[in-house]
Design a protein around this ligand. Structure first.
Ligand code: ZN
Length: 308
């Protein structure tokens, strides 16, 4: 009997030790690892906001590797949501079978969403198996949440165009951050992911905007002047006249004439051999990583000879 009790208690002690060990190995190291990675991810992008770095003349940081800020998302399931959103778009890119050696352009739309014209444009893009980037206003996103959901549903990208279209260059640090962050929070609420890119209103950028927008600043290389002409033929002409590989085309998804123009532009780009892609797809395909606080007007071409 005494022996049995002795054996029993020895067994219990052994079990206790083993259980203790497994507990330690399954939880603690993972958690510390994740925290360390997450903290790193939080600190890194801010480095790009240092004024010294912003003044580097070469806007393009060619790495040939995937966008840096994507990496932490692999290790953490719940931390940087906006990065995993980029990933979805990029994955869609490869699923869509993009060829980085063939010409690409990025259609971009500002000032929406519009309940009718954004939806029409989404339909046109879908019919042509094309995607675009929509730089939306937070105030309108709040109002037309379903349109926002439809934008991301087909692999289109969402970007930040401030809350109510204030000119950021006239604002101080707090107001710039408020315009951007309020819109990011609204979009995250609707789609589960905050946008990773900003298009500054009126294309105006100064040092404050570079420092406090907290994301890459996407401008354009082709201006369709759709807001000015409100003429479908002129918009089409303006968009296609000088278009070349790597161009970023500016339009506004709040006009009927723009929606009509996109029907022609989408088809014509395709027939000229262009792949119509999101901003993330465009830069990812060419191995260019986007940095916070830097301006991007177009993506450098790696295609030997542009299709004409
Ligand atoms: Zn605008």
């Amino acid at each position: 009997m005494k022996k049995i009790i002795q054996f029993g208690s020895a067994l219990l002690i052994v079990l206790f030790i083993v259980a203790g060990y497994t507990g330690v190995w399954t939880e603690k190291p993972d958690k510390t690892l994740l925290t360390a990675k997450a903290e790193k991810a939080d600190v890194k992008p801010k480095k790009n906001l240092q004024p010294g770095l912003i003044n580097i003349p070469n806007a393009y940081n060619v790495t040939g590797k995937s966008i840096k800020s994507d990496e932490p998302a692999k290790n953490s399931s719940d931390k940087p949501k906006e990065n995993s959103a980029d990933k979805t778009v990029l994955n869609n890119g490869s699923i869509r079978g993009l060829d980085p050696k063939k010409p690409m352009v990025a259609l971009t739309f500002d000032d929406g969403p519009h309940p009718r014209y954004t939806s029409e444009i989404l339909e046109t893009l879908k019919e042509n198996n094309e995607v675009a980037t929509f730089f939306v206003l937070g105030s309108r996103a709040e109002e037309y949440q379903n349109v926002i959901k439809n934008i991301t549903a087909n692999g289109n990208q969402l970007g930040n165009h401030t809350y109510d279209h204030k000119q950021l260059t006239k604002l101080n640090k707090l107001d710039i951050e408020s315009e951007i962050n309020k819109t990011s929070a609204i979009l995250k609420n609707i789609t589960g992911a905050a946008p990773s890119l900003t298009r500054p209103t009126y294309g105006s950028v100064n040092d404050n905007v570079r420092m406090y927008a907290g994301s890459p600043l996407i401008l354009w290389s082709v201006d369709t002047l759709d807001w000015k002409t409100r003429n479908t033929n002129k918009i089409v002409k303006q968009a296609l006249a000088k278009v070349k590989d790597g161009d970023i085309i500016l339009m506004h998804d709040i006009y009927k004439t723009t929606s009509e123009a996109v029907k022609i532009i989408a088809k014509e780009l395709k027939s000229r051999g262009y792949q119509t892609v999101t901003i993330n797809e465009l830069y990812e395909a060419r191995g260019v990583s986007l940095s916070d606080g830097k301006e991007y007007f177009k993506c450098p071409s790696t295609v030997k000879k542009d299709n004409k």
